[in-house]
Design a binder for this molecule. Structure first.
Ligand SMILES: [Fe+2]
Ligand SMILES: [Fe+2]
Length: 440
């Protein structure tokens, strides 16, 4: 539930950021198009303004030449007429340009109508000027002036008025457009800024949120790890206590107090730590191996469970037949270890416990039981167990014997180095003499 919520929140943030980025890209594009359209429009309006102003300046020149032609008899009329004709041609050419600009406008629009009226007025003016020119040779200057005053001047006023109106409208148009574009640009800038703020905000939120989700997950993970470690430790503690209990039970059948399993386990641990300190069997003696052997040692006589009480508690020496029965406890022990902890404990631990139970009565010289293995054929854990087991048995009181002194027991162990016991294990064991005395 929590996970799917986190995913949906992240999806929402992702979609928000994506749409924000797309929004900015779109706004940017719209601004570019808008600016480009505005530039084109401004250019068109300036062209149009330029065009009508040129028409106006040509008209002034035409008018000036016309007046000069009428009022001065000393002027070379043919030159002035020629100049007049040239000016007229320029005006007509300008009108062609003017018409081209007009064609790009929507027909019937206000601007198009104004362009048309300028065009018509100018043409009307040019056409009416044909009359005073034709009057030059026949009429007096006064008559021509009067004609111009009456008919031509209103036309000139018309043209000027049309051009003024057009210029003003173009100015207003360009100003309106400018304001509109500025407003659009301003709005686009605000929109872009807001989108940017939203993106930054959502990125920050997503970073904080992801960080929080991750921290929560890590915390939960740590919690479960602790719980799992604690329960693993509890299980292994229960397992160990159960094994110790069974081992005690087995020992108690033969009149032991249960201390034997604890003491031998401790001795085994001391010998292995001493070996590690001296760098012996470095490839085998890992911390986990030492721990496994120490925890497996109490199971060494588990097989005695199959030995009848009459033999187990016999005060005197065993007959050969009884001893044969007694010897079966080793093999039985190995099997029982597998039966009890085979399915629940780690394989290394089970193998070590089984080796200890099966081979702790083997001898270095091959004269032990149940298999007669010798030397290094006997697993190291069983060779160490043998020394610890025998030493503790020697110094303990049993139903069939008194306890031996520590000195005698150490001496016996030393004598048996290379016979019953691994000489290296004995050497390590003897190095621990003072410590063992101290713990007596
Ligand atoms: Fe035994
Ligand atoms: Fe024992």
């Amino acid at each position: 539930m929590r996970k799917s919520l986190s995913i949906s929140a992240l999806v929402v943030i992702f979609v928000a950021e994506l749409s924000g980025i797309l929004g900015i890209v779109y706004l940017r594009h719209a601004m570019d198009v808008h600016t480009s359209l505005f530039n084109t429009m401004v250019e068109q309006v300036f062209n149009a303004e330029n065009d009508v102003e040129q028409i106006r300046s040509h008209l002034y020149k035409y008018e000036y030449n016309m007046t000069a032609l009428i009022n001065s008899s000393r002027i070379d009329k043919s030159a002035t007429l020629h100049e007049l004709a040239e000016t007229e041609l320029m005006i007509r050419n300008q009108l062609v340009v003017h018409s081209e600009i007009r064609k790009s406008m929507e027909y019937g629009s206000e601007k198009e109508q104004l362009f048309r009226s300028v065009n018509d007025d100018v043409l009307k003016y040019l056409n009416f000027n044909v009359v005073p020119l034709s009057m030059l040779d026949t009429e007096s200057p006064e008559a021509i002036s009067e004609y111009i005053e009456r008919y031509i001047m209103p036309l000139v006023a018309n043209v000027n008025q049309s051009i003024d109106t057009l210029s003003r409208i173009l100015r207003v148009y360009i100003d309106t457009q400018k304001i509109s574009v500025q407003k659009d640009l301003h709005e686009s800038r605000i929109a872009s800024f807001l989108v940017l703020v939203v993106i930054i905000f959502s990125v920050i939120v997503s970073i904080i949120y992801s960080h929080r989700v991750l921290s929560e997950l890590e915390e939960k993970n740590r919690f479960f790890m602790r719980k799992s470690e604690a329960s693993e430790m509890r299980i292994s503690e229960i397992q160990y206590n159960t094994i110790m209990g069974i081992a005690d039970l087995v020992e108690s059948r033969s009149g032991e107090t249960g201390q034997h399993v604890k003491r031998t386990s401790h001795l085994v641990n001391m010998i292995l730590l001493q070996a590690k300190k001296k760098g012996k069997w470095a490839d085998i003696l890992t911390d986990s191996f030492i721990d496994n052997v120490t925890r497996a040692a109490p199971m060494h006589d588990l097989g005695k469970i199959v030995i009848p009480d009459a033999i187990l508690n016999k005060p005197g020496r065993f007959t050969d037949e009884e001893f044969e029965i007694m010897k079966t406890h080793a093999t039985a022990g190995g099997k029982i270890v597998h039966d009890i902890i085979g399915g629940v404990a780690e394989k290394d631990y089970v193998d070590i416990a089984s080796d200890i139970a099966s081979f702790h009565h083997e001898k270095w010289n091959g004269k032990g039981y149940p298999t007669g293995k010798k030397g290094n054929e006997i697993p190291l854990c069983a060779r160490v167990m043998a020394v610890a087991d025998v030493f503790d048995a020697l110094v303990s009181e049993r139903c069939y014997k008194k306890p031996m002194s520590y000195d005698d027991a150490f001496a016996l162990i030393e004598r048996e180095a290379g016979e019953h016991f691994d000489p290296d294990v004995v050497e390590l064991f003897l190095e621990l003499k003072d410590e063992i005395y101290a713990e007596k």
